[in-house]
Design a protein around this ligand. Structure first.
Ligand code: ZN
Length: 188
C-alpha cells in the first residue's frame, strides 16, 4: 500500500474537488490498489472518510471507516468501500459540525439527513445496500457529495475557522468573527 497526497482547496489542482467524478466500470486490480491506498491514506490523515477526488482521482469511489457502536469509540471499526454510490432513501434532518481533509483549518455547520440508504457496488462490482444512521449517515452524505464535486462549504449554514487554544484544543470561531479575515474582507 502507498500513501497518496490529499488535494486541498486552494491548491493548483483543486479543480478535481469541484467537478463531478466519472462512473467506475472496471473492478480489477487497479481499483483494488486504489482502494487499499485510499484506506491507508485515510487512516494516516486521520479521517473517517475519503473520496477518490480528494486524492486527485476523478472517479465515484469512497472509503469510510467508523466504529460499529457510535457511542463507544473503542468498539470494532467497520470499513465501507463504496463504488458508484447513490443515496436511494433519506429521512430526518439535523445540523452538525463537519470537517474535511480537503479543507484543513475550517469546520462547517451542515444540515444532513439522519438516516440514509445507500446503494453502491463493492470492489468486485457486486451491488450492496447500506443503511446508516446519525453520524455515519452524515459521513456517507459528505463523501457521496465529494464524488459529485460538492463540498461541505457549499452546503454550510455557518463556516468556522479552527484555532488552537493555549490549552492545545481546537476552537471553532465563526468565520465572520475572525478579526484578521474581517480586515481582509473590508480592505477588498
Ligand atoms: Zn470532505
Amino acid at each position: 500500500m502507498a500513501l497518496m497526497r490529499i488535494v486541498t482547496v486552494g491548491e493548483p489542482d483543486d479543480e478535481v474537488l469541484l467537478k463531478p467524478a466519472a462512473r467506475v466500470r472496471e473492478f480489477g486490480p487497479e481499483l483494488h490498489k486504489l482502494l487499499d491506498d485510499m484506506l491507508e491514506t485515510m487512516r494516516e490523515a486521520p479521517g473517517v472518510g475519503l473520496a477518490a477526488p480528494q486524492v486527485g482521482v476523478s472517479q465515484r469511489i469512497a472509503v469510510i471507516e467508523y466504529p460499529e457502536d457510535e457511542e463507544d469509540p473503542e468498539s470494532p471499526k467497520v470499513l465501507y468501500e463504496i463504488i458508484n454510490p447513490e443515496i436511494i432513501k433519506k429521512k430526518g434532518s439535523e445540523v452538525g459540525q463537519e470537517g474535511c481533509l480537503s479543507i484543513p483549518g475550517l469546520a462547517a455547520d451542515v444540515e444532513r439527513a439522519t438516516f440514509v440508504v445507500v446503494k453502491a457496488q463493492d470492489r468486485h462490482g457486486k451491488e450492496v445496500r447500506i443503511k446508516a444512521y446519525d453520524w455515519l449517515a452524515r459521513i456517507f452524505q459528505h463523501e457521496i457529495d465529494h464524488v459529485h464535486g460538492v463540498l461541505m462549504t457549499d452546503r454550510a449554514e455557518q463556516i468556522y475557522k479552527l484555532v488552537k487554544t493555549k490549552e492545545g484544543e481546537l476552537e471553532a470561531i465563526p468565520l465572520d468573527e475572525v478579526p484578521a479575515l474581517r480586515r481582509v474582507a473590508s480592505a477588498s
